[in-house]
Design a protein. Structure first.
Lengths: 122, 119, 408
């Protein structure tokens, strides 16, 4: 093995530090769990690709059962929103403002908020 | 491309000799600033010669405890190395990965380097 | 002083909160058939739940991560998904048993048929989940559950031959039972003491109450004093059954038989006290299991969760608890016997244990999560021994169930 080849900058291993980690918004509200990472398309021999977004949604099923979810159904969280990567991944945005929060919004508006007391704290 | 397109693949040399399985993708935050952080760049793949399972992170973090778990996992992952992006000659297309009949593998360039996988 | 009071309250709720329908029924059944010859399993289970609840509480306090988040992170989506399915199945099965248990306790108190009490019990559970603060919920059910001390009182009032009772503690298979049946009930008792939902609830509760490193000592005291005292009550229940029911050849198969020894020892007053305890313990456990279904799903899938949030701010979390309760009522409406459901749920929980405890043990050693609070050598040694025990028990559970035809 050859030594001292680690490039500068913080090192993250996709599986160890990103995949399946919880994403929290700026108020610590859970947003999603990282299902996959989207990279630029790249050919071996060319320049190395960059990560463009964190992905959730049907990619989870693909990782469990095999196969590959079509790109049209990936729910993306762009990397530019990521503020910190630690034990959890923090983003600099409100969960509420994201497209991928639509299921949570739908359940809230159609079911939970309609039950008396649903909008009040316990 | 998504990162799971690169994981759990067989890695072979240009001669078709299997050298292991890709268990993780190594990223480095050294790209242009993209929001609060730098953009992560794919610098290479972590290849384990003996097993295709990677879990618990023991193989690369230097956590010795508990011995009962750390010891066998470390043994299973002995000889794990990092292959740099420049040493990758060919990646399987997504369609190839779904087709079990085709030989989908990452092909490593002749004379590829085996680098220390530790973080 | 205030702090001391808080610690005392925590310990008391841990005692009351430890016991659920699984512990009540299994201990009584075992006591009536095997005397105290399986009490050692309760001890083994108590040490195990202490070790893992302590670790999961520590991870929650230091890193703010609840158990199922850690499970998905460490095992990946496939193995964690398998664990999710198994844990949910066991937790919902336990929820069914607990809701049925509340209904049976209410039947004992009111003589109204338990099937009529089921929807009432489920609605009451939901209302508490919907509107009551976490801390209040935990303290009230825990403190009322303490009245199960009535079982320990009953043991004294029955005035057994203590020497004989103590001699019965030695592990031995009674003449009229087979060895496989003995081991089947050993697995059931172990599963009843170490049910996975207890760590899901304990660690998520730590996050609900916003524990930090400063709460570590409190968490440790709650576990190390509260759970063993809860285990002591478990043995008292078995002892009651061993003293009164075993000599007469009565095997427990209903809630009413559970309180029979108490009635003989202390009359109606003590029975009333114990029924309050059974109702509170099963009600508390119904809350914990319902919450655990929400916690596990939300943590695996990354939803917003927690009772500290308004229901509208944790919509899918609350919806999944509602669905779990509806399932429980629907299953109980088919006229299944809640006592039988309980017996199955404790055995299946033994199967689901290793996949839950392995990631906790690993993360409790990871300095990225724990900083300077990683496990010491002693804790790791005990944790590793238990991992082996858990694996053996998990592998043995289903074969034993088939061979003994579920202990019959």
């Amino acid at each position: 093995m050859t030594g001292d080849t680690q490039p500068s900058g913080r090192i993250l291993d996709a599986r160890l530090h990103l995949l399946d980690h919880q994403v929290l918004d700026r108020d610590d509200v859970p947003v999603m769990v990282v299902g996959d990472l989207e990279l630029e398309d790249a050919e071996p021999g060319g320049p190395a690709p960059y990560v463009t977004s964190l992905v959730t949604g049907p990619v989870l099923g693909a990782r469990i059962f095999g196969g590959r979810a079509p790109a049209s159904r990936w729910q993306r969280l762009p990397w530019r929103l990521v503020a910190d990567v630690g034990v959890v991944i923090k983003i600099a945005a409100d969960a509420e403002s994201l497209d991928l929060a639509w299921v949570e919004r739908w359940v809230r508006d159609q079911v939970i908020a309609r039950i008396p007391g649903g909008r009040h704290g316990p | 491309m998504i990162v799971s397109d690169l994981l759990d693949l067989r890695a072979e040399t240009t001669d078709g000799e299997t050298v292991g399985w890709t268990v993780d993708a190594r990223l480095v935050l050294d790209g242009p600033l993209d929001g609060p952080l730098a953009r992560p760049r794919l610098v290479g793949l972590v290849v384990s010669p003996h097993t295709r399972t990677s879990f618990l992170g023991f193989e690369r973090a230097q956590v010795p405890a508990p011995w009962l778990i750390a010891r066998p996992l470390r043994r299973l992952h002995r000889g794990t190395f990092l292959v740099r992006w420049e040493d990758i000659a060919r990646l399987p297309l997504p369609a190839e990965r779904r087709d079990p009949d085709r030989r989908s593998a990452v092909v490593l360039r002749a004379g590829y380097g085996r680098h220390d996988p530790r973080l | 002083m205030n702090r001391l009071l808080g610690v005392a309250l925590g310990i008391l709720t841990a005692i009351g909160g430890f016991l659920d329908a699984g512990d009540l029924v299994t201990n009584a059944v075992v006591g009536s058939r095997f005397g105290l010859s399986l009490a050692w399993v309760v001890g083994l289970g108590i040490v195990g739940i202490c070790v893992f609840a302590h670790m999961s509480g520590k991870v929650a306090a230091v890193s703010g991560r609840a158990t199922f988040e850690v499970i998905r992170e460490r095992l990946g989506p496939r193995a964690a998904g398998l664990n999710l399915v198994a844990s949910l199945a066991v937790t919902v099965l336990t929820l069914i048993a607990e809701v049925g248990g509340i209904a049976l306790a209410l039947q004992l108190a009111s003589s109204v048929d338990h099937r009529l009490w089921v929807p009432v019990a489920a609605l009451a559970v939901w209302l508490v989940l919907w509107r009551v603060k976490f801390k209040v919920m935990e303290n009230v059910t825990g403190l009322l559950g303490l009245t199960l001390i009535g079982f320990a009182v009953a043991v004294f009032l029955l005035g057994p031959d203590w020497g004989e009772l103590a001699a019965g503690l030695a592990p031995s298979v009674p003449a009229n039972e087979s060895t496989t049946t003995y081991w089947y009930y050993a697995v059931a008792l172990f599963g009843a003491a170490m049910t996975p939902y207890e760590v899901f609830f304990f660690s998520s509760g730590g996050v609900e109450e916003k524990w930090t490193v400063r709460d570590l000592a409190t968490s440790r005291l709650n576990v190390l004093i509260g759970f063993p005292l809860g285990g002591f009550l478990s043995v008292a229940i078995a002892a009651c059954a061993a003293i009164v029911l075993l000599p007469r050849g009565i095997a427990v198969d209903s809630m009413a038989q559970l309180v029979l020894p108490v009635a003989q020892a202390g009359g109606m007053l003590l029975v009333a006290v114990v029924i309050v305890g059974i109702a509170a313990a099963t009600f508390g456990a119904a809350l914990e299991t319902a919450l655990s279904t929400g916690y596990t799903l939300a943590q695996y899938l990354g939803w917003s969760w927690g009772k500290f949030r308004r229901p509208a701010h944790a919509a899918r979390f609350h919806l999944s608890m509602i669905v779990a309760l509806v399932v429980a009522v629907a299953v109980l409406a088919t006229n299944v016997d809640p006592v039988a459901v309980t017996e199955y749920s404790v055995v299946f929980s033994a199967v689901a244990l290793p996949l839950t405890y392995l990631p906790i043990l690993v993360v409790a050693n990871d300095p990225e999560y724990m900083g300077e609070h990683t496990n010491g050598r002693a804790l790791n040694a005990v944790g590793s021994v238990y991992l082996v025990v858990l694996t053996v028990v998990a592998l043995a559970a289903v074969p034993l169930m088939i061979v003994t035809r579920a202990g019959s």
